[in-house]
Design a protein around this ligand. Structure first.
Ligand SMILES: Nc1ncnc2c1ncn2[C@@H]1O[C@H](COP(=O)(O)OP(=O)(O)OP(=O)(O)O)[C@@H](O)[C@H]1O
Length: 262
């Protein structure tokens, strides 16, 4: 369990970016949403110790982040950053994914086994010798997830994982996220894409000006007046509500419900 208790983060003694947030994350998919500058990244960086609280506490499976290094916390909380190409620096995919587990001090055999497994989970088997920079946008995103998976963290933070991807690549990322969740990982999904929230999340946390304004079920979240927070409902919900079909989570549910209408 990740527990955030009355967290405050003040940048440079001036800018209070997080203001008294309480939050828990277990083995579930939680979407973290809010307008630009609401504090999503600042909050997420606290979960693996990249930032330390100005006030309050963040406790990850019993470890207070103030008392552990980023390297120690990275074994438990993996962070897949937005724009993954910024994090690549090795000459090929195999070496890129090896970097994390090697740093954990694992044997060569164990490192290799983890790399093969992580590449398989992200459908990148066969890409071992490719340069990370030669990959497509979707492949780069999958490689970034593989790098984190090879560390076998219990919790995974994904920052805008489908932004800029076409539908096919976005679907591939969604399947990986679903699989990670069913394998028992806790997932925090930072996103502006409300379709992704509707399809994947169980719970939604809404940040606004550094405060948590909502924390609850997806259905209740989409019942809020989201325009007040620069957010909008997914088109699917607008249409299904207009047609009196109620709350539907994806296009297949929509089609199945349409088929049932006489
Ligand atoms: N290093 C920093 N120094 C000073 N202020 C910062 C720093 N990083 C972020 N901020 C400020 O803190 C606030 C929250 O920023 P943050 O990046 O956490 O928001 P966000 O919700 O992730 O935004 P976006 O959706 O645009 O990525 C913003 O006002 C931002 O300008």
């Amino acid at each position: 369990m990740i527990e955030v208790k009355n967290l405050w983060h003040v940048y440079n003694g001036k800018k209070a970016a997080i203001r008294g947030v309480d939050l828990t994350i277990g083995n579930e998919i939680v979407a973290l949403v809010g307008p630009n500058g609401s504090g999503k990244t600042t909050l997420a960086k606290h979960l693996n110790g990249l930032l330390k609280p100005t006030k309050g506490n963040v406790v990850v499976d019993g470890m207070d982040t103030r008392e552990y290094s980023v390297a120690e916390l990275a074994r438990v909380v993996g962070y897949v950053f937005q724009n993954p190409e910024n994090m690549f620096f090795e000459e090929n995919v195999f070496k890129e994914v090896s970097f994390g587990p090697k740093n954990l001090g694992l044997s060569e055999d164990e490192v290799e086994a983890r790399v093969r497994w992580a590449l398989k989970e992200t459908n990148l088997g066969g890409y071992e010798d490719r340069s990370p920079y030669s990959l497509s946008g979707g492949e780069k995103q999958r490689l970034a997830i593989a790098c984190i998976l090879a560390m076998k963290p219990k919790y995974i933070i994904l920052d805008e994982p489908t932004t800029g991807l076409d539908e096919k690549n976005a679907e591939a990322i969604k399947s990986i996220i679903r699989k990670l969740y069913s394998d028992g990982h806790g997932i925090l999904l930072i996103t502006h894409e409300m379709d992704l929230v509707l399809e994947l999340a169980e719970r939604v946390v809404l940040l606004y000006k550094g405060k948590k304004l909502f924390d609850g079920a997806v259905k209740e979240f989409f019942a809020l007046d989201l325009r007040a927070y620069d957010l909008d409902k997914p088109k699917l919900l607008h249409i299904s509500e207009k047609l009196g079909m109620g709350f539907l989570r994806d296009i297949n549910e929509f089609i199945n419900t349409l088929r049932m209408i006489p």
